[in-house]
Design a protein around this ligand. Structure first.
Ligand code: P1T
Length: 388
């Protein structure tokens, strides 16, 4: 039976389809089976076949972890039951008395986890505008152990310079973690830019089909991997085998999906930018985006995520209630287009003043452009805007 393919020098599409997988040794099945089991029989006391209990090991999960690790150009993937479970477990690398510098533009649930849960455990946070390297540098303290960024941010589409943040982290003796959910490994690979940890809500672009919830961490360093692998098993927020299989199925088309998301996102952002009922468009692929140059340097494409300012809650509500192909729902990154109102949905747990300071107003609408035919998406947005 063929061994796993060596991925060195291969393109991302080939990696997406083949990395981490080999035909099943018993039957030759080309697709990784779903090992739907909680435990493994041991031939005799003191000897097992490498698998003892499914919280610790599962072959379907391992194939998916190897696959995403290769997509991120890392060496180890560690999978979790949700994006927040991945973030929560990563925070268990820290101890009471440690300090974290966190980009202020992180997903509302990440902010809630840090501000309402982890901070109660004696870990201190500074939330700063991480798009400004000077602000990041100024926030570092002698006990800073982690710098955590999201780039682009959800939903303001602000970027942080990962290479520069990696230098700041290194000088401080801290780790740099990057939530790469919005970009996906097709558009951005933080480990190549010096990050120590990359994290995904797999629920979004990595899986891409809105049919499971999951999270993953990818690292290159063996010792960091050992610590995170220990925590994965010790804290136990692992995904089930079916969800791992769905994620692994999703990654096979990551390169095809992302190329289509990028193309639709760019075209729709340009169309919205020219529309007189839209006051502002936040999209890194537009030359007027304040970090367009950084986006071109750090990213391969700009995704299907677009936020727009409609001017008021009433106008935003009229717009999101008027769409027919776009669906009003939380989440993002699936093949189908979604629309959301961050202030009342995904970012409702962030206090109003903090939201407004970031530009996350009650008039802000977020679009996750799927891979439908772009003229149909534009026609849908046109008819919904006409009613505003
Ligand atoms: O939902 P979960 O898989 O636990 O992932 C949390 C998470 C982490 N990081 C980013 C950047 C995210 O956007 C999310 C989840 N976000 C949404 C559900 C949303 O609609 O924005």
């Amino acid at each position: 039976m063929k061994d796993e393919m060596n991925m060195a020098g291969l393109g991302l599409g080939t990696i997406a389809i083949h990395a981490g997988q080999r035909p099943d040794p018993t039957t030759g099945a080309i697709m990784m089976p779903v090992y739907q089991t909680s435990t493994y029989v041991q031939p005799e006391l003191g000897r097992h076949l490498g698998y003892e209990y499914a919280r610790t090991h599962n072959p379907t999960r391992e194939a998916y972890e190897r696959n995403v690790a290769a997509l991120e150009n890392g060496t180890h993937g560690i999978a979790f039951s949700s994006g927040l479970a991945a973030t929560d477990t990563m925070m268990k690398l820290l101890s009471a008395g440690d300090h974290v510098v966190c980009g202020e533009g992180v997903y509302g649930g990440t902010y809630r986890l840090f501000n309402q849960v982890i901070s109660r455990l004696g870990i201190e946070f500074s939330f700063v505008d991480s798009s400004d390297p000077a602000a990041l540098r100024a926030a570092v303290k002698p006990n800073t152990r982690l710098i955590h960024l999201e780039t682009p941010t959800n939903p303001m589409m602000r970027l942080s310079d990962i290479a520069e943040a990696a230098e700041i982290a290194k000088a401080a003796g801290a780790l740099l973690s990057v939530d790469n959910t919005f970009a996906s490994p097709y558009n951005q690979r933080p480990l190549e830019l010096g990050a120590d940890i990359v994290l995904h809500s797999v629920t979004k672009y990595v899986n891409g089909h809105s049919d499971m919830v999951g999270g993953i961490i990818v690292v290159r360093d063996d010792e960091l991997h050992e610590r995170l692998r220990f925590l994965q098993n010790a804290a136990g927020a692992v995904p089930g085998p079916w969800d791992c299989w769905l994620a692994l199925r999703g990654t096979k088309t990551l390169h095809l999906r992302m190329a289509a998301h990028n193309a639709n996102g760019q075209q729709i952002a340009e169309w919205l930018d020219a529309h007189d009922k839209v006051q502002q468009v936040y999209y890194p692929g537009l030359p007027a985006h304040p970090q367009h140059e950084l986006a071109r340097r750090q990213m391969r494409g700009f995704t299907g995520m677009i936020s727009i300012e409609m001017g008021s809650l009433e106008r935003a509500a009229a717009f999101v209630n008027g769409v027919r192909i776009f669906a009003l729902a939380e989440s993002l990154g699936g093949v189908e287009s979604l629309i959301g109102h961050p202030a009342m949905m995904t970012h409702a747990s962030i206090p109003r003043d903090r939201r407004y300071a970031m530009g996350l107003t009650d008039g802000l609408v977020r679009l996750s452009c799927g891979v439908e035919d772009v003229q149909d998406l534009i026609a849908d947005l046109e008819q919904a805007l006409a009613a505003v």
